[in-house]
Design a protein around this ligand. Structure first.
Ligand code: ATP
Ligand code: MG
Ligand code: MG
Ligand code: MG
Length: 469
């Protein structure tokens, strides 16, 4: 079953159950300073959940574009994580509750008319104190007790505001999918990827009050999220999300450009997966108006693009290539997200410009490194100083680990401690300058428009680290 068909089935199923189908919102949150990116289907619907806006219909379903950069290290390593993915969701704003949502989830998953999973392959986790959910799974659905795992973690709570227990659904992909995990983690919801988490059903039934207490909400809500790419991997009977029709054309095109083959060498496969992942994220983000820059969302996009370019080097791709994949992303996603097709020329231009700039940075950096290492060798040294490495990084934007790679290829090492010390010194200077600026502002001094270089604070996808879904 094609991914686009799974998406349609989802929307048709919930439309039949009286839901209003909402189109995907932009990846850029609207009026929500707590989020850097939309990272769950519920995120753009928050005004309905907290009562600020009354929905036309209390039942809503969607397929929402999401970005989760906190999963970046997992990309290409696990079978199931992306930085950009589609979350299928159904929501009840003070309308239906646990019984309906569980019954419908089971129907959608196991009925041949819909996606028809083998019911024997499904297990669930519940919150230990949520007897209602346990009973529904056990008595109404008929799931045996050994396939209902009680997990303390199954409580969705982001501090003050609506919160509640959740129940998650896992598909057993079979022993062949066992991944290394400690004995204590060998269960659905543990670390073993054999049990693939497909769907999270959140019952938001309490209010987490300012004083830390919990009181029942007058209007109980339902918020669910399921990964389209994960459904596709099961329904297409392939090893990972990257082997589905959502990724394969991108991977094949990249492999062709590089003259390599997918599924031949682990190192190449990881690079191909990372590139396929990052081009989707970058193309969609640029399509939603985010431009590469040195701060905020723009910086995340710049970093992702540069990361992909460097993985391209692993494949021997030494010229800008990422922009040429935009067309393939559009071919795959255009049916539901026409923006990537309509804005193709713009997206390509933005990506190509950024790639060219980065390639220039890289070649300038390599020239300087060649001089620095020749000088070190002349002086009988085998080490590149921390201050040289820092200058390359700070002045030319040349990444430290590339300096390290270069060094080891040339029989040298890099003074990491010296680099860290120079970095710290620069931060301290920036901090001091910031204070100075503040005090000058007070005095109305001329330095008040002095700006300090922005500092990358990591790939947080939420500003407040909110754990949504
Ligand atoms: P996981 O434990 O696999 O990281 P999660 O518990 O963080 O997933 P939720 O926050 O519950 O995920 O999100 C709801 C659903 O969205 C998940 O059940 C999964 O199907 C999908 N999903 C979450 N994160 C990703 C991701 N990075 N890439 C692809 N799909 C994802
Ligand atoms: Mg996760
Ligand atoms: Mg999980
Ligand atoms: Mg989950």
């Amino acid at each position: 079953m094609k991914a686009s068909e799974i998406r349609s089935k989802w929307l048709d199923f919930f439309a039949e159950k009286g839901h209003k189908i909402e189109p995907s919102a932009s990846l850029v949150p609207h009026n929500d300073p707590s989020l850097l990116w939309i990272n769950a289907g519920m995120a753009p619907l928050k005004p309905y959940f907290d009562g600020r806006v009354k929905p036309e219909n209390p039942r809503i379903a969607n397929s929402q574009k999401c970005i989760r950069t906190n999963d970046i290290e997992n990309v290409g390593k696990t079978r199931r994580h992306h930085t950009f993915f589609e979350m299928l969701g159904n929501f009840s704003i003070g309308d239906y509750f646990k019984e309906e949502v569980i019954t419908w989830a089971w129907e959608f998953l196991t009925d041949k008319k819909w996606i028809g999973f083998d019911p024997e392959k499904l297990s669930v986790t519940v919150y230990p104190e949520d007897e209602e959910a346990y009973k529904l799974w056990n008595e109404k659905i008929g799931l045996p007790a050994e396939r209902i795992i009680k997990l303390q973690d199954n409580f969705w709570d982001i501090g003050e505001g609506p919160c509640g227990p959740c129940t998650e659904i896992f598909y057993d992909r079979g022993e062949g999918y066992d991944t290394e995990a400690p004995e204590s983690e060998m269960f659905p919801g543990g670390e073993n990827e054999r049990w693939l988490e497909v769907w999270n059903l959140v019952f938001s039934q309490f209010n987490h009050n300012k004083d830390g207490s919990y009181t029942p909400l007058p209007n109980k809500n339902i918020d669910t999220g399921a990964g389209l790419e994960r459904f596709a991997s099961i329904l297409q009977n392939v090893a990972s999300n990257f082997d589905t029709d959502l990724f394969q054309p991108i991977i094949q095109k990249t492999a062709e450009l590089a003259g390599v083959k997918y599924n031949e060498k682990t190192e190449y496969d990881i690079a191909l997966k990372v590139i396929a992942d990052h081009i989707r994220t970058v193309a969609f983000a640029v399509g939603d108006g985010v431009l590469p820059s040195n701060e905020g969302r723009g910086y995340v996009i710049r970093r992702l693009l540069r990361r992909a370019v460097r993985y391209g080097k692993v494949l021997g791709l030494d010229k800008p290539f990422m922009y040429t994949l935009t067309e393939t992303v559009g071919d795959i996603m255009g049916v539901y997200y026409p923006e990537v097709v309509e804005k193709r020329a713009f997206i390509e231009k933005v990506i190509a410009t950024e790639e060219e700039q980065f390639h220039k940075t890289l070649s300038d950096g390599l020239n300087i490194l060649a001089e620095v290492s020749a000088e070190a060798k002349n002086q009988g040294k085998t080490i590149i100083s921390g201050s040289d490495a820092f200058k390359l990084y700070d002045t030319y934007g040349f990444p430290f680990d590339l300096t390290e790679d270069y060094a080891s290829e040339h029989g040298l090492t890099v003074d990491r401690e010296g680099f860290d010390a120079a970095m710290k010194e620069q931060r301290d200077r920036a901090r001091a300058a910031r204070h100075e600026t503040e005090s000058m502002k007070v005095q109305g001094g001329v330095l008040s428009d002095y700006t300090v270089k922005s500092e990358f604070v990591g790939y947080n996808d939420t500003v407040s680290e909110a754990k949504v879904l």
